[in-house]
Design a protein around this ligand. Structure first.
Ligand code: AMP
Length: 211
């Protein structure tokens, strides 16, 4: 099964993808995580992507599409995957089709703007393993320290207020048109995402079970 998780930054797609991948034995492919790994390893791709990411803008389509194609071609993806944060533009969606990828369902996560801003501004990420926490909703057991690997937690540059505003604007302009794009193809299912992950999960699994 191939699934797309669509929705604004901070709506909880990544958190839900992590929970669903364990339950349904799918691979979570987060283009944001892939790009952050490239930046961390100071690769050529990472150097090209960093400025766009820090300001909250999108990395150019050709870079992200090439990276995504390489990832879905790896053997672990044969069991099916969740695309978390891809596609983010109409040309990216077109690239998936050109690649012959059959999408079973597109989940559109919908939450109020206030929920999204609170989630993004409180988010903290482990520098070592990438685990995600939230100052209020999901604090680590020891302050600023990852429960999983003891790594230090930090606030992503793009989770700071100036970048958040830009990311939400970019979402509206470039990514939200994908809602109608997939609705027209009969693939879109909305899910209310204001509540906690425990509340959202059963309805999400039900939709995926029917897809
Ligand atoms: P995320 O972790 O999904 O919020 O992604 C963090 C940042 O990575 C975004 O703000 C973009 O700069 C970049 N990014 C992630 N996925 C994409 C994509 N599909 N297309 C373009 N840029 C992306």
């Amino acid at each position: 099964m191939q699934v797309i998780f669509l929705g604004s930054p901070g709506v909880g797609k990544g958190t839900m993808a992590k929970l669903v991948q364990e339950k349904l034995d799918l691979v979570q492919i987060s283009t944001g995580d892939l790009l952050r790994a490239e930046v961390k390893n100071q690769t050529e791709l990472g150097k090209q992507a960093k400025g766009h990411m820090d300001s909250g803008g999108l990395v150019p389509d050709e870079i992200v599409i090439a990276m995504l194609k390489a990832r879905i071609g790896r053997p672990d993806c044969q069991k099916g995957y969740i695309l978390d944060g891809f596609p983010r533009t109409i040309p990216q969606a077109g690239a998936l089709e050109a690649e012959g990828v059959k999408i079973d369902v597109v989940i559109n996560f919908v939450a109020a703007k206030e929920t999204i801003i609170l989630r993004l501004s409180g988010r903290r990420t482990c520098k070592q393993c990438g685990a995600i926490y939230h100052l209020v909703n999901l604090p680590p057991q020891v302050e600023s320290t990852c429960d999983v690997c003891d790594g230090p937690l930090f606030q992503r540059d793009d989770d700071k207020p100036e970048a958040i505003e830009n990311r939400l604007k970019v979402y509206e302009e470039q990514t939200a048109p994908l809602i109608d794009y997939y609705k027209d193809k009969g693939l879109l299912k909305d899910i209310a995402a204001d509540e906690s992950s425990e509340v959202i999960l059963p309805g999400l699994l039900e939709i995926l079970g029917e897809a």
